[in-house]
Design a protein around this ligand. Structure first.
Ligand code: PMP
Length: 365
């Protein structure tokens, strides 16, 4: 019998890092402590999110609670945010190339013309970005500076400083998406863009990768005017985010459960990351885009004359499933290249190594 396919498809947390018993216990406590609140429509103002959750997130980010908006997952927050920033007339949205495919599709849906700027191992190509924004001011720039999905790249401090400096000079807002930021296995933390330019940067955060994706808790941090605008759009779409999930998330933050979940995830994922980097280097050498040092993803920009559909079909025949690499490039893949997103978080080391060897064989046939 042939082994089951190696799945390099989704960035889902491995079950081993979900603190299910702890979450169940806290849910029971929340049900005892706040039963009417979590089963009722929230009070007036609840469209901004649960007050205790907003206070806990504000404390964590060193901001005022009036700067925190909570939605049902960060993808929904990105949806509302792009609606607000683009307005009825649409506009240009500059993204990294490659970028998170779902975000790009959301921006397009709200009338955004999505323009990609090449991303290197240490961040966006700032010269290319400058050439682009000098011609026309974008509605906003969307970036994932830490352990990017899909490439794994983590922007250097110098690159971050150059980026915010450029945004200041050309006067456009930056949306910084940070779901993997706390999942660092190697190296030192880089400053968040919001730390470098608090008034220029809107931070989008998520508890999906540091607590539980099933709770669907995502948030934005910006000025109170922007937060009110998001709340109004949210209220018109779903009234309020889900009270029970938010109450559980609030208590988890208050009790330090998010910190212990991060510690569990980091110690579980670090060996997988290190083994994945070694296996990918052995199979693909300098075609590996970056050694991430954190997060879920590693990626390869492979030199190949194979058209993508044929490559994916050959990979599937060899027993490897991959996301379509071109989906991450708003302007299409660079010529003569294929892009392989290799999530390492959910695969045991040997399985990951088997997958990359099979892919390397397909590419050298
Ligand atoms: N942004 C990025 C960069 C992601 O990788 C993801 C999840 N894969 C999301 C946003 C959405 O996360 P959620 O809606 O679960 O908060």
């Amino acid at each position: 019998m042939s082994p089951s396919p190696v799945q390099f498809t989704r960035g889902v947390p491995p079950e081993e890092v979900l603190l299910v018993d702890e979450l169940a216990k806290i849910t029971t406590e929340v049900l005892a402590e706040r039963p009417t609140e979590v089963f009722q429509y929230p009070r007036i103002g609840g469209n901004l999110g649960d007050e205790r959750l907003r206070a806990a997130l504000a404390a964590r980010h060193g901001v005022d609670p009036r700067q925190v908006f909570v939605g049902n997952g960060s993808l929904q927050v990105l949806d509302l945010l792009s609606q607000l920033l683009l307005g009825p007339g649409g506009g240009d949205v500059v993204v990294e190339s490659p970028t998170y495919d779902r975000a790009g599709l959301i921006f397009q849906r709200h009338g955004g013309r999505v323009l990609g700027v090449p991303l290197n191992g240490d961040g966006l190509d700032v010269e290319r970005l400058e050439a682009l924004v000098a011609r026309r001011r974008p509605a906003f720039l969307y970036t994932i500076p830490d352990f990017q999905n899909p490439s794994g790249a983590c922007a250097s401090e110098g690159n971050r400083r150059a980026l915010v400096d450029l945004a200041e000079r050309h006067d456009f807002p930056i949306v910084e998406d940070t779901p993997y930021r706390r999942l660092r296995f190697r190296g030192v933390e880089q400053p968040a863009l919001s730390e470098l330019a608090p008034h220029r940067v809107i931070t989008v955060g998520s508890l999906s990768k540091v607590l539980s994706p099933g709770l669907r808790v995502g948030y934005a941090i910006g000025d109170p005017g922007l937060v009110a605008g998001l709340a109004e759009l949210g209220e018109g779409t779903y009234l309020t985010p889900t009270p029970l999930s938010q109450a559980v998330a609030a208590r988890c933050l208050e009790l330090g459960v998010v910190d212990s979940a991060v510690a569990t995830a980091v110690s579980f994922l670090k060996p997988r990351h290190d083994a994945a980097v070694a296996a990918a280097r052995e199979a693909f050498g300098d075609q590996v885009v970056a050694e991430p040092g954190g997060g879920y993803f590693l990626s390869v920009l492979a030199r190949s004359a194979l058209p993508e559909p044929e490559f994916l079909a050959a990979a599937a025949d060899a027993g490897v499933r991959l996301a379509r690499g071109s989906a991450f490039f708003p302007g299409g893949l660079p010529d003569g290249r294929l892009f392989l997103r290799l999530p390492f978080q959910a695969l045991p080391e040997a399985e990951f190594a088997r997958g990359v060897r099979l892919l390397a064989d397909v590419l050298t046939r």
